[in-house]
Design a protein around this ligand. Structure first.
Ligand SMILES: [Zn+2]
Length: 273
């Protein structure tokens, strides 16, 4: 059973550490979506833009919702086949030129689930290294997307010499120890409502290494639980926080406060909690 929180207003410590508000899904009512998330106690969101066609939109958002929407950028590994090597360099350069407003580089990593071709997988590895170098150069944290390539990702990251690493929707249960030993953070989203594996991960990873995420517009609780077509929004991190409290048998306040503080510190967000 999910324990219901009593007084959201009182705490207001939640930060959605990973969502995609530049998506078309929010074209008509983003203001309302932001209002809804504020009402539910979400103090800030980290928007993650991963395709160059959406960079400009993401940039507008941080101006429009100043000090509430922050952003990180990368070229998602899933899109590797769309771009040649020269174009990738240009994209990385664009990110670099906008770096003043960036709070992180991501999501970057490896996706061997969608990309099966060996040549393209090799190019993903190369592009991942380029993103790591960029994060180092700009002294920014790194957000990882990794699917069906955990071993390879881990090897690259352990050699990367980057302190601040965040695994978005971390599902590599067999590598929990390495994540904890390296002091990396994971972000937990609505997937814990349906995935036993992700719940076991939450059980084992200390709260000090956990942030809350929605991955909105994807991963809405209703879609996960009932396959109902529904757009996700940052406000659903409240449901995630409730579930983490239940799994870890702790108070909501502890989840919000600690996960919020973790996100503020990790992305160096200028918000007061
Ligand atoms: Zn994402």
């Amino acid at each position: 059973m999910v324990r219901k929180c009593r007084n959201v207003k009182k705490f207001e410590k939640m930060i959605d550490a990973h969502c995609h508000l530049e998506q078309e899904d929010y074209k008509n009512d983003l203001k309302q979506v932001i209002e809804n998330s504020k009402k539910e106690g979400v103090k800030a969101v980290v928007n993650c833009v991963t395709h160059p066609s959406q960079f400009e939109r993401a940039f507008q958002l941080i101006e429009e919702f100043k000090d509430y929407v922050f952003y990180e950028a990368a070229l998602h590994p899933e899109y590797i086949e769309e771009f040649n090597d020269e174009q990738i360099l240009e994209i990385l350069n664009t990110i670099k030129n906008k770096s003043k407003k960036l709070v992180g580089i991501g999501e970057t990593g490896l996706d061997f689930y969608w990309v099966k071709d060996e040549v393209q997988r090799k190019r993903q590895i190369e592009m991942f290294s380029q993103h790591i170098e960029l994060a180092k150069e700009l002294n920014l944290p790194l957000t990882i997307h990794c699917r069906n390539a955990n071993k390879q990702c881990l090897k690259i990251l352990e050699k990367s010499d980057i302190d601040k690493i965040h695994w978005h929707m971390f599902g590599a249960e067999e590598y929990i120890k390495q994540v904890i030993d390296n002091n990396w953070l994971i972000s937990v989203g609505p997937i814990i409502l349906v995935s036993k594996k992700h719940r076991r991960i939450v059980e084992k990873v200390p709260l000090e290494l956990i942030m809350l995420e929605t991955d909105a517009p994807w991963m809405s609780p209703n879609w996960l639980l009932r396959k109902e077509k529904e757009r996700n929004e940052p406000k659903t991190i409240k449901i995630v926080a409730e579930k983490i409290a239940e799994i870890k048998e702790i108070e909501f306040e502890d989840v919000w406060k600690t996960c919020g503080k973790n996100a503020k510190k990790f992305f160096s967000l200028p918000v007061s909690l």
